[in-house]
Design a protein around this ligand. Structure first.
Ligand SMILES: *[C@@H]1O[C@H](CO)[C@@H](O)[C@H](O)[C@H]1NC(C)=O
Ligand SMILES: *[C@@H]1O[C@H](CO)[C@@H](O)[C@H](O)[C@H]1NC(C)=O
Ligand SMILES: *[C@@H]1O[C@H](CO)[C@@H](O)[C@H](O)[C@H]1NC(C)=O
Length: 292
């Protein structure tokens, strides 16, 4: 989006800049000191900016190898996979993780089997507001069929916050099956979530992280967008059970992807995804069947 804004600005400036936009950079510099407000100079500056942005964009099309720019997509995408992994392993309705910063990254091909990323990242535990540096390794297997990335991460400090009491209280509250929970649009279009629904938004993120981890490749960057709806089913085998429809956002393709899933949760067992199904894109599913 940043790139588009720069281009739009440059085109606009360029039009107003008229023939003078063909001016060479050295002339520009000289001109600038004399007449700092002349439009052609601004156009020239904006065009120089575009050249720089395009180079950055082009670099990102190839699979970067060696030391990575921590702010560019390849390192950011691998770091996001670590976030999903940490959430599936250690998340709870009261413990969720986010990548705060990528400090360094390195990528290499591993013979013909895939590609390995090594990362130093700051991970933020969102609810307790604790941040810690973690070392992680993400391996994307290469092959005929897409298989999920393998992750290793060490950041033990993040797990010290004790959320057991809150989890147990939530579990006891919803286990009795007296009035099963049902909610939709977490968060709503204003970004709002009722406080007593927050644990279910978190559970939706947690269950979705299993999907986001499994679906991630070097070319995706998944974020949770919304729990479209979540419905509690009767408790079986001491596990709370939920039917849930979530919206995931792939920042690379800019697609919103709908998944329907059935999952269970208890403080002891954590989240288990029993069934999951990707639904057709919404512009397909919402279109009445016989139009065009
Ligand atoms: C989280 O911690 C940081 C740094 O300790 C602090 O600046 C920030 O205000 C905290 N945020 C919340 C929501 O408590
Ligand atoms: C991951 O997704 C693939 C299909 O993309 C599926 O075959 C596989 O069972 C999934 N694995 C898990 C653990 O969900
Ligand atoms: C859940 O939300 C999706 C997407 O908005 C919608 O298509 C579906 O009908 C909803 N299901 C229920 C049970 O409300």
């Amino acid at each position: 989006m940043g790139l588009r804004i720069v281009i739009a600005l440059a085109v606009f400036m360029g039009v107003r800049g008229s023939p003078a936009s063909t001016i060479r950079p050295e002339t520009l510099t000289a001109d600038m000191s004399a007449h700092p407000n002349r439009v052609p100079e601004i156009a020239g500056k904006a065009q120089q900016t575009i050249v720089k942005v395009e180079v950055v964009g082009a670099e990102e099309d190839v699979m970067a190898t060696g030391e990575l720019n921590p702010n560019h997509y390849p390192a950011q995408r691998a770091a996001k996979v670590v976030q999903h992994y940490l959430t599936t392993r250690y998340g709870s309705p009261y413990r969720l993780f986010g990548v705060q910063k990528v400090h360094s990254g390195n990528a290499e091909d591993v013979a013909d089997t895939g590609r390995k990323y090594q990362l130093e990242i700051s991970v933020h535990e969102i609810i307790s507001n604790v941040t810690q540096t973690c070392s992680a390794e993400v391996f994307f297997p290469r092959g005929e069929t897409q298989s999920s990335p393998h992750v290793q991460a060490s950041c033990e400090e993040l797990l010290k916050t004790d959320t057991k009491a809150q989890e147990e209280a939530l579990y006891q509250q919803y286990k009795t099956n007296q009035g099963l929970l049902s909610s939709q649009r977490l968060p709503d279009s204003y970004g709002h979530i009722e406080p007593d629904m927050k644990p279910f938004w978190h559970l939706g993120i947690l269950a979705s992280s299993f999907i986001m981890l499994n679906e991630s490749t070097e070319n995706t960057l998944y974020n949770m967008a919304q729990v479209a709806n979540i419905t509690q089913l009767a408790t079986e085998n001491e596990q709370l059970k939920f039917d849930c429809h979530t919206l995931l956002h792939d920042m690379v393709s800019q697609e919103i992807i709908h998944w329907k899933m059935l999952f269970t949760w208890s403080p002891g067992e954590g989240v288990k995804v029993l069934q999951k199904e990707q639904l057709p894109h919404c512009h397909h599913c919402e279109k009445p069947p016989n139009t065009n």
